[in-house]
Write a protein that binds this ligand. Sequence first.
Ligand SMILES: CC(C)(COP(=O)(O)OP(=O)(O)OC[C@H]1O[C@@H](n2cnc3c(N)ncnc32)[C@H](O)[C@@H]1OP(=O)(O)O)[C@@H](O)C(=O)NCCC(=O)NCCS
Length: 118
Amino acid sequence: MAEDVAEGERYGRLVATALIMFSQKQNSPHRADVGKMLVHSGYRRRGLARRLLDALEASARDHDRTLLMLDTETGSAGEALYRANGWVSFGVVPGHAYTPDSVPKPTTFFYKVIDPQT
Ligand SMILES: CC(C)(COP(=O)(O)OP(=O)(O)OC[C@H]1O[C@@H](n2cnc3c(N)ncnc32)[C@H](O)[C@@H]1OP(=O)(O)O)[C@@H](O)C(=O)NCCC(=O)NCCS
């Protein structure tokens, strides 16, 4: 498939991304970080991010990862997404990250425990 795209035989559109990063540390073989969750502005509120989260959780299970972590800007669509999908917030850090126009904004930190059986 990737080869077909490279050769121009298939045409598609990338409309959403997400990343799962498995911890390489000795003390956390059960843990992974989620990041780079982004849905194209013309494709939002159609359940794509929810489907990506489901896929990330399936990937976590496949790799025996039972604790997922992430953070997002407080008050953002991302925060609403994670709250709606069973993520637990455990704190807000004021002024944690700068916006592209250099305004410091708070970040909310989340975790989710993954049941290896489901
Ligand atoms: C956050 C983001 C990834 C959500 O993607 P999406 O595909 O629109 O989300 P979904 O359609 O899967 O939404 C699932 C649920 O999350 C919640 N949700 C998602 N976006 C929301 C918003 N803007 N406001 C309120 N709730 C929202 C809702 O509960 C929604 O269910 P519903 O549509 O049935 O009400 C998307 O808005 C985005 O790319 N934003 C910019 C980048 C960003 O903020 N990324 C997160 C950084 S960690």
